[in-house]
Design a protein around this ligand. Structure first.
Ligand SMILES: [Zn+2]
Length: 102
C-alpha cells in the first residue's frame, strides 16, 4: 500500500508492505501481487509486499499462488498507465529537490 510519512514537518509517500506493515526500502526486494482473473476489464486490488516470506503470506491471503510483478516494474507500468513517463518524472524530480528523497 502507499501511505504518507510525516517527517521533519514534511510529508513523504512511501510503500508499506501489506503483510508486515513495515516500510519497503528497496524496490528490487519487493513485489506487487494480485489474484488471477480471466474477466476482461476487471479492476483488482493489489498487494505491495516484501519478497519471500511476506510474498508467500500475501499469496495465501489471496487464496493461493498469485500472479506477481517486480515492484520496480509495477511502478514503471503504473506511471505509463497513469499518463506519465519516466522522462517526464526525471525532469519533475529535479523540481522536487529534497522532497523526492528520504
Ligand atoms: Zn513485509
Amino acid at each position: 500500500m502507499i501511505k504518507i510519512l510525516n517527517k521533519g514537518g514534511l510529508t513523504y509517500p512511501i510503500f508499506v508492505c501489506d503483510v508486515c506493515n513495515k516500510k519497503i526500502n528497496n524496490l528490487g526486494l519487493a513485489a506487487a501481487i494480485f489474484q488471477r482473473s480471466e474477466i476482461e476489464g476487471e479492476v483488482q486490488n493489489v498487494l505491495h509486499v516484501h519478497k519471500n516470506a511476506c510474498q508467500d503470506k500475501g499469496e495465501k491471503k489471496l487464496g493461493g499462488i498469485a500472479p506477481w510483478q517486480e515492484l520496480q516494474d509495477h511502478v514503471i507500468l503504473l506511471i505509463g498507465n497513469s499518463g506519465g513517463s519516466l522522462a517526464g518524472l526525471t525532469e519533475r524530480q529535479e523540481d522536487l529537490g529534497p522532497f523526492g528523497l528520504l
